[in-house]
Every structure is written in C-alpha cells, then in structure tokens.
Design a protein around this ligand. Structure first.
Ligand code: CP
Length: 377
C-alpha cells in the first residue's frame, strides 16, 4: 500500500484499507466546505476555477449510475473537464489493444483516470503500471478505483463513512439530519449515544459475499474503537462473508457476529433493536452461475427484506443505508420506507458527489486552497 501513497497524501485510490480515520475526517471537512461553497455564486466560481486546467477520464466498462454521475458532477463542480469510455467495444480494444495500452493512452491525454471494471485487480495493476512509468521518467497520473469486480469499492465506502459521520456528529450546522437526531437523542433517552463512529453496532444485511461495498466499508469501520459488526446473511456459501474478510476483521480484533435474520439475538437482544446503523444490500444476481441461480431459488430470502414493522423496532436515530441500486423485483427496501426520516440512502448518494469532489481536490493537491478560501477573513 505504501506505493499507493505519497506521505500523508493518496497517490492512487485502490483499496478502502488505504484510508485511515484522520484522512476520512479531513476529506469530510473538505466535502462540507465544498457543499457550503456551492450554495453561493462566489463559492461556485472559486471552485469552478480550481481545477479548470485539469482533465479526467472516466473508464467504466461495467454499468453504473451513481458512481459515474457523481464523479462527473464532482469534476464539474471543480471545473475539471471529463471524458468517458463506457463501452470498450467502441474503443480500439475492439481491434485487439490491451487494457494496459488503453490506460496508458488515457494517461497521455488526461490528468486522472477513474475506472470501474468487472476485473477485481485491474485498477490495482493500472496503479502499479503508473508507478513503473513514473520511475522510468514517463508521464503517470492517479488511478481511482470506482468498483473492481466483487472485490472493492473504496469511494463508496468513503461516501458511506461520510454519511455516517454526518449522522453521528450531532452538531452540524448544515442541511444534515443531525439537529433532528439531536432532538431525538434527548427525547428518546439515548443520552449515552457516543458522538462519531466509535462504540457502535453496524449491521450489514443481504448479499455479503459478493457485495464489494460491504467489504470496503467493513474494513474502514474496523478502524474505529468499540465497533461491533453484525452480518445478516442467508446460509449460502456465495452470500455469506468470505473467509478473507472474516480473517482481516478478526486480525483487527473487531467483534463480528454472523446471523441469518434481523430478528436473531446477539448478546441476548434482537439485532434489529440494538443496531446503531443498518446497511441493506441487494442480492447480486449478476454474479450467479446457472447452478447458483438454481440454489438461490431454493432459499427463503424473505428475512433479507426490510419491512415497516422491522423499521418500527429500530432505534429512533439509526440510519438506514443502501449503496443502491435497490432491486425493484426483490424489494429489499420497499418504497414505503423512503419517507422514514432514518432512510438515508438518497442523501447517501448525494453525499457521494460532495465527498468525491473532496477526494479529487485531495488527489490534485487543491484541498488546501479550498480550506484557505473557506476560512478567509
Ligand atoms: N453504489 C453504486 O456503485 O452505484 P452505481 O453502480 O449506480 O454506480
């Protein structure tokens, strides 16, 4: 991982494990500053000039709505011009060009490459290619992993953490739900609720085995003291937590609990009543082989759908997150829950735009300028 950093600054963003709590705080501060500045014309103008001489390539060979569009919007906020390849068959890869040659070409024309691929290690290999080029005195640009196979989605984890930080800080002056939560905290008697991400129970529900967002977020949450992680999954080898993640979390000493229902007991109480945040996921059928699909058809997946009855049993402040898309056919979060103040998933998606803008500013070494403008007298 040292090869992916430059001191305390990220050089490439490939794994969630590269991010640490202080950096996450700094990125959240920058995201908050960008959010506030974007409300005024002078702030917008300042931001739009900031990276006006930079260009970004979005190389997305796997479907995306949120990640692609929020990175595009983040580039636009900072004045970066962006271009895209979303279908490799329209590029010279159709003529036999390798992905590595494609990436090298992108680095000739652009200052940053944001990439999503079905291949788990491609972004990592591209980052090392860039480092090799740099060592030989050639042009090299930052690589940002915007989702790699079923492995990692570090910038999703970044926006998930940002959403949780804003939910649990209780003193945000901006348009967050926290002032309301602060009120709930006193009205409902949660006075012992710790500020920040530490000392909390986070529950992940659904397809944990193939959910790259869960893998990335669980690794980040493991960095906070007093965190407990509960995984609610069907009893199927493809859907349960993978051994490598279990080992990594255990090495970090995080208490983990694996159960098969939100109503199952952990430490003598139903999970649904004790969790501090709930992270729902969809069953990722796109990874199914024919055998998997047949086996899944035999499973009762009803316990992995949230209902209004279950939501009523949750703590009054506990946010409901989902990386989205949700599956309209499966219905892991029915639309009637959207109006609940704890339903955070649309805010979460918008937060992605602010924190991805903060990440771009960090990678382009422009976050200091934002901070100075924000605190100018
Ligand atoms: N959460 C997420 O990665 O969404 P998209 O696949 O739409 O980018």
């Amino acid at each position: 991982a040292a090869e992916l950093q430059e001191g305390v600054r990220l050089k490439h963003v490939i794994f969630a494990g590269q991010l640490w709590p202080q950096l996450l705080e700094n990125l959240a501060d920058t995201a908050d500053q960008i959010r506030v500045m974007s409300k005024s014309r002078p702030g917008q103008d300042f931001l739009r000039d900031l990276l006006a001489n930079k260009r970004a390539m979005l190389y997305f060979t796997q479907p995306s709505t949120r990640t692609f569009l929020s990175f595009t919007a983040a580039c636009q906020i900072l004045g970066m011009v962006c271009n895209e390849v979303r279908d490799a068959s329209t590029s010279s890869e159709a003529k036999g060009e390798t992905r590595f040659d494609s990436i090298r070409m992108f680095s000739s024309y652009f200052d940053l490459i944001i990439m999503r691929s079905p291949l788990a290690r491609l972004a990592e290999s591209c980052a090392y290619l860039m480092n090799d080029l740099e060592r030989s005195g050639q042009r090299s640009v930052p690589i940002v992993n915007a989702g790699s196979g079923a492995d990692e989605h570090p910038t999703q984890a970044l926006l998930d953490i940002y959403t949780l930080q804003r939910t649990f800080q209780f003193e945000n002056p901006m348009d967050s739900p926290v002032s309301r939560l602060d009120e709930l905290r006193s009205s409902y008697g949660y006075s012992d609720l710790a500020k920040g991400l530490s000392d909390k129970t986070y529950c992940f529900c659904g397809d944990i085995g193939r959910g790259r967002t869960v893998r990335s977020l669980a690794m980040l949450l493991a960095e906070y003291p007093g965190v407990r992680l509960v995984f609610v999954t069907p009893d199927h080898e493809k859907l349960r937590m993978r051994d490598d993640l279990r080992q990594r979390l255990m090495q970090k000493g995080v208490p983990i609990f694996e159960v098969d229902s939100l109503e199952a007991s952990v430490n003598g109480k139903p999970v649904i009543e004790t969790l501090d945040a709930l992270y729902m996921t969809r069953v990722q059928k796109e990874h199914d082989t024919a055998d998997d699909a047949a086996a899944m058809a035999q499973l009762d997946l009803t316990p992995y759908k949230l209902t209004t009855t279950l939501v009523r049993r949750m703590k009054a402040y506990a946010p409901i997150l989902h990386p989205f898309p949700r599956d309209q056919h499966f219905g892991e979060i029915p639309a009637e829950i959207d109006a609940d103040p704890r339903a955070m998933y649309f805010r979460q998606a918008r937060n992605g735009m602010w924190v991805r803008a903060a990440l771009l500013a960090h990678l382009m070494d422009a976050d200091g300028q934002i901070d100075r403008y924000y605190h100018r007298k």
